[in-house]
Design a protein around this ligand. Sequence first.
Ligand SMILES: Nc1nc2c(ncn2[C@@H]2O[C@H](COP(=O)(O)OP(=O)(O)OP(=O)(O)O)[C@@H](O)[C@H]2O)c(=O)[nH]1
Ligand SMILES: [Mg+2]
Length: 329
Amino acid sequence: MPANLPPEYIEAEQRYRNASEKDEKLDALQEMLSLLPNHKGTDKIEADLRKRISDLKKRPQKKKGPTRAKTPDQIEPQGAGQVVLTGLPNSGKSALLDITTNATPKVADFPFATHGPTIGMLEHQDIQIQLIDTPPISDEHVETWVYNLIRKADLVLLLVDGGADDPVKEYEKTIKLLEEEGIYLFAPGDDFQRDAIGRTNRKGVMILSKSDELEDESVIQELEELSGLSPVPVSILDEESLSRFSSSVFDGLQKIRIYTKKPGEEPDLKEPYLLDKNSTVLEGVRSIHRNMVDNLDYIRIWGSGRFDGQEVAQDHQLKDGDVIEIHQE
Ligand SMILES: Nc1nc2c(ncn2[C@@H]2O[C@H](COP(=O)(O)OP(=O)(O)OP(=O)(O)O)[C@@H](O)[C@H]2O)c(=O)[nH]1
Ligand SMILES: [Mg+2]
């Protein structure tokens, strides 16, 4: 169940992860605990935080000395999915993270400005999505962790600079670099192909960045034909394009939001359950509570039914925004 954590919590967690000293870690954990919203979705997180605090208190202060840093690709997924921004130097990755989330990455008018990962949480309606800005990929040195992060992503955002002289050439350069690493992108709705040795398939959305500087609109169609991904023109100067951006990130994850209601009560719209697109009612019930499936009687649905409150079969396909009412024997 997603916990919809506030941005301050995410920041404290990032501090916890970066901390090397016991006191710093304790401080960050205490702050996370104080910022944790109080509802049923956070019970497990709260228990986990309390355990981490008590374990840490028991641990002796580490002697100073060389420590082996975790590699930067080990980022715990949060929210509805882990989404990685990638692209050539100066393509606008950091600017996009900066404007769409609470994160404050370095944005610069020169290339190779970003050296490490920066995490931000993108709010889309009532959910949050983890967006990660990364250093550019290029013919020059790229640290292997960047590609590892891309390989693990739920969704890859491929930025192509729409303000470049020839965006199509930029796209070709970028995709070549990824394919040399065995990374292939497919459109989110397309059939998934199994990963094989030396080949990782990831869902990808192409972002045609700096669309305010795009000179020739026909580039959009050309890129679409070439890549099989529908390019999303986005400019940090255009609000409307930014809301299109967050919708395409959510669509790219191929998830749906489901809400529940108790008989005779209003639906609980505070926090959706996130399921894979095309999930059935039965899969929905199972993900809400595995044990509920055993004594399931029937389900009523508001949204994708023929009428509100319709009783539906267990193999009924859920749609984003559906409300279900579970009746048990
Ligand atoms: N006009 C315009 N400029 C933009 C837009 N997005 C980014 N820029 C500019 O493009 C330049 C590069 O932006 P960054 O976000 O730093 O690019 P990056 O991809 O993170 O660059 P590296 O970290 O070097 O890989 C900056 O000067 C930004 O202000 C946009 O939508 N429109
Ligand atoms: Mg950058």
